[in-house]
Design a protein around this ligand. Structure first.
Ligand SMILES: C[S@@+](CC[C@H](N)C(=O)[O-])C[C@H]1O[C@@H](n2cnc3c(N)ncnc32)[C@H](O)[C@@H]1O
Length: 254
C-alpha cells in the first residue's frame, strides 16, 4: 500500500481511473487519422478536465489584473503552462498593452535545493532535481511564434530568467528599476525561493495587484504556505479562491 509520505511530487493523488484516463485519451488521439492540427483545434476532446480547469482559472485571474498597471511575474515556469497561458491571454484580452510583460523565473533544471520544511509534508521524498523540465529553448521558440502573429508582436512579451531564483530574483529586481507588478504568481512550491520572491517583488506591487499562490494549505508543499506566513502573515491578506478550482489562493493588495 502507498504510504502517505510516498505521494509522488507530480500527480500524487490520482486514482487508477485517472491514470488510465491519460492512456485511453492518447489511444483515441493516436487512432484518429486526421491531421495533428485538426486534433489540436478540437483539444477539449483530448485534454483532461483538470487541465481545462487550470486554463479557466488562469483566465479568471488574468481578468482581475486587466485594470491594474504592471507586469506579470510567474515564479516557477516548469513546462510552460502558466507562462504560455498568460502570453495567449495577453494577446486575446489586451493586445495593445505593450508595456505589460511576462517574466518567468525557473532553473529549468528542477529544484536547485530543498529545505527541511519542504520535506515536512506528506511528499517526504522531495529532493533537488525534482520537477525537472528543460523547457527554456522550446518556450522561447513558442513565445516568438506567438509574437509573430499577434498585434504589436514586434515587442517581445515573454522574458525567461534562468537560474536559481534565490539568486536571480534579487539581481533582477535591482537591475530593473522600472519594474511594477500587477500579478505575482507563486508556483515554486518550496519555502526559500517563495520567501525570496515575496521579499523582493512585494514592494513593486501597487494596490489592486494580485498576489496568487498555487499551493497554500496543501499538505504536499508546506514550504509555500510557511513562506507566505513568514513574509506576509495570514491576517494581512484576504485570501480568496475561485469557485471551481481547488488550488489557487489569491489576494488583492490593499
Ligand atoms: C510546480 S512547477 C511550476 C509550474 C508552472 N507554474 C506551470 O504553469 O506549470 C515548480 C517549478 O519551480 C521551479 N523552481 C523551484 N525552486 C526554484 C528555484 N530556487 N529557482 C528556480 N526555479 C525553481 C522548478 O524548477 C519547477 O519548474
Amino acid at each position: 500500500m502507498t504510504q502517505a509520505s510516498d505521494k509522488a511530487v507530480e500527480g500524487g493523488f490520482r486514482t487508477g481511473a485517472e491514470r488510465e484516463e491519460a492512456t485511453r485519451l492518447k489511444a483515441c488521439f493516436d487512432r484518429n487519422p486526421e491531421a495533428w492540427e485538426k486534433k489540436l483545434e478540437n483539444f477539449p476532446k483530448y485534454v483532461r478536465r483538470q487541465n481545462l480547469t487550470r486554463f479557466l482559472a488562469l483566465y479568471e485571474i488574468y481578468k482581475r489584473i486587466l485594470p491594474v498597471k504592471g507586469s506579470i511575474v510567474e515564479c516557477g515556469v516548469f513546462r510552460g503552462f502558466g507562462t504560455m497561458t498568460w502570453a495567449k491571454l495577453s494577446a486575446i484580452l489586451e493586445p495593445v498593452n505593450l508595456t505589460r510583460r511576462i517574466y518567468g523565473f525557473d532553473s529549468f533544471a528542477g529544484f536547485p535545493s530543498v529545505g527541511a520544511i519542504d520535506n515536512a509534508g506528506i511528499a517526504a521524498h522531495v529532493k533537488a532535481g525534482d520537477l525537472y523540465a528543460d523547457s527554456e529553448a522550446e518556450l522561447r521558440e513558442l513565445a516568438a511564434i506567438n509574437d509573430s502573429t499577434r498585434y504589436l508582436g514586434h515587442i517581445p512579451k515573454v522574458n525567461l530568467i534562468r537560474g536559481d531564483a534565490t539568486h536571480t530574483i534579487p539581481k533582477f529586481v535591482e537591475s530593473t528599476p522600472h519594474l511594477l507588478i500587477s500579478l505575482l504568481f507563486m508556483d515554486f512550491d518550496l519555502f526559500e525561493p517563495t520567501k525570496v520572491a515575496l521579499q523582493h517583488f512585494l514592494p513593486r506591487m501597487p494596490k489592486g495587484a494580485v498576489l496568487a499562490f498555487d499551493e497554500l494549505d496543501n499538505p504536499l508543499w508546506p514550504g509555500e504556505t510557511a513562506a507566505m506566513l513568514e513574509v506576509c502573515g495570514a491576517a494581512n491578506l484576504r485570501i480568496e479562491r475561485l469557485e471551481f478550482d481547488p488550488y489557487i489562493g489569491f489576494a488583492v493588495i490593499e
